[in-house]
Design a protein around this ligand. Sequence first.
Ligand code: BG6
Ligand code: GLC
Ligand code: GLC
Length: 814
Amino acid sequence: MFAVHLLAFHFAKLKEDQIKKVDRYLYHMRLSDDVLLDVMGRFRAEMVKGLGRDTNPTATVKMLPSLVRSLPDGSEKGDFLAVDLGGSQFRALEVKVFNDGKQSSQLESKFYPTPKEVIQGSGAELFSYVADCLSDFMESRNLKHKKLPLGFTFSFPCKQNKLEEGVLLSWTKHFKARGVQGTDVASSLRKALQKHKDIDVDVLAMVNDTVGTMMTCGYDDPRCEVGLIIGTGTNACYMEDMRHIDLVEGDEGRMCINTEWGAFGDDGALDDLRTEFDRELDLGSLNPGKQLFEKMISSLYLGELVRLILLKMTKEGLLFNGKVSAALLTKGKIEMKHVSAMEKYKEGLSNTKEILTELNLFPSEDDCIAVQHVCTIVSFRSANLCAAALAAILTRLRENKKLLRLRTTVGIDGGLYKTHPQGSAKGAAMVTAVAYRLAAQRKQIDAVLAPFLLSLETLRDVKNKMRTELEYGLKRETQDRATVKMLPTYVCGTPDGTENGKYLALDLGGTNFRVLLVKIRSGRRRSVRMYNKIFAIPLEIMQGTGEELFDHIVQCIADFLEYMGIKGARLPLGFTFSFPCRQASIGKGTLVGWTKGFKATDCEGEDVVDMLREAIRRRNEFDLDIVAVVNDTVGTMMTCGYEDPNCEIGLIAGTGSNVCYMEDMKNIEIVEGNEGKMCINTEWGGFGDNGCIDNIRTKYDKEVDEGSLNAGKQRYEKMTSGMYLGEIVRQILIDLTKQGLLFRGQISESLRKRGIFETKFLSQIESFSRILQETVKELAPRCDVTFMLSEDGSGKGAALITAVAKRLHNIGQK
Ligand code: BG6
Ligand code: GLC
Ligand code: GLC
């Protein structure tokens, strides 16, 4: 027994010695955690460089946009062809995708050889070979009579501007066909296919193998957002936020980026890690100086790396008694398959021994132990480097999503890591299927949205109808019938700079309810200073009783006076009340009807100034001098008018939509007098309440109207203002989902909730104001309009109106 133990110990010791020897020899290939973290950091910086517009031209990691923006959603269907060129095996496939709710697909494929003469000959020959193989495949599958879309997996760096085209940037790996670099590969394939008169194939999508892999896995696991290849070459793609991709227009959503990480280090960034063996291998490759990261990782190179190491060790007398064989001296004699066989520890040393013997080396047990360990170190380094770059991608994804922890799926393929037998070509078919589905969906979505696109002719018609309504509203006999009420405001001029004093203002009816203190100075020290506070109005108060509403308002005023420390002062007050009021003077306003989100009882038909006064009386704590009630459009016009005396229109595009403007007195039949002008609050939100614009209302507008507080009323406002736009969008989304065009046909709980899409600050949406201004120019070409954003809200205007009214009142009294 003792002898046996001793023997075992002796062998273990021997083995350990061999391993130590190799470890010492390949010290430089064993990367510590610190080094790997450092590699990860370097790769993260490379990604940023590749994504930036200015830095991309000099970046080695090209970060190529793939134009793939969505993963399969399971609703794809159809019959697709694919070819897969660039990995260790070339093949043609047929993929049938079923939209049966079970995510099922069927795949048939056939492999074809890729002789060196073909992949390193002329480009034309290469593509005609590919076309021949495809034609043969279709023949064998009896597909020649069918017109089929094809997805092309082409595993080389390509610059894509469209999904169906791709310009080869450079050959990598073992390919080097002439005259292809810098040309569109998809179109070359198309040309080659055209020579086959008996088949009809439409090259619809071109994808990198990484992208194909991500799509293949994404079909089964919607969380998949990274595609990784560790095979003949190595590379990865992932879904990047559009806002970070400088090279592609647009900021919304994500796009798959083919990193082409194989080129990492081509600028020397990894020189400190590369060994003499890496350098030697590179010098003997088809593309010296290129794909340096790939050459440390992928299967095309690992065998050769092992050979170079063994050769040097032998020459130094560390292996095989120092005897080199002709085979060991021959480039390419050790391949990846040998490395992985030798590495199989479970099979002991038998594989190693056999392979080394085949190379005419006469290995001792010690040699076998050492060689096996060399293989392990080389593949260990490969896996570690790959992991470092992958970790950089995953960290980026996590940070893009602002998550503390990321749960994601990485689709992997390639000879070195074989888990997904369907390969990346199924993914090319999936990309094609997705493109197909998206095109069909696009069509249907366009049809749904078509009624929203108004032609200039339609808009002119709307303009004319609006003009008619404006005139009806001004005329005594027709104003009853008019939907646009054209309410006189008794505001007859814009501020002239002589206003001064301290005023309170209320601003009720927009997104925010505010109370303001406005201090106006005239003369040389002309200025307006404002202090304001926003108060909430709870829904139950907006839609409770009138008394409750006005008590709440007075409560807020009391808080404000307290807060400003001016409770004792009896200040004049201007009341911006953003609802239609019929006025008999500046200080009186009868509410015609609530609009927007308000519906307090017992207010319609009442004078809101009186209601406010009564509420103040009820509280019996302070007194105020309510001088003016003004619509927000009028307040806005006055605010801007203080800066620009030419201002004669006030427009609100906010929660609601409305306009006021200065009209000649002689045209306002319902007010006495012919001299000068008066501001008219058009209340154009009610335009169309008689059905005159029903032709441009979509079914979504009608749905939104039916679900609103004031069904049938304010139809124009419901097509134009913030309070309703979000609802229209929601109705459209619901409809598109019902039609199966969105969200896999599933209407989520939140989508069912009214009001989930708020549209605050409509006028600040850039495209809104731009389109507004451009369209106005088009429809009113002879009006030269300056659009001035009222930064201070309408409260300032209300105070200015109050100042003027107060002055006139005082003059009157005198
Ligand atoms: C504010 C005005 O700036 O805009 C309010 O002070 C007006 O008087 C409001 O009602 C309109 O926009 P919104 O988005 O608040 O309805
Ligand atoms: C090479 C190619 C790349 C491909 C990878 C894996 O790195 O340049 O496009 O994805 O090999 O096949
Ligand atoms: C509603 C009101 C109107 C107001 C507009 C903008 O249309 O009826 O008075 O001006 O909203 O707030």
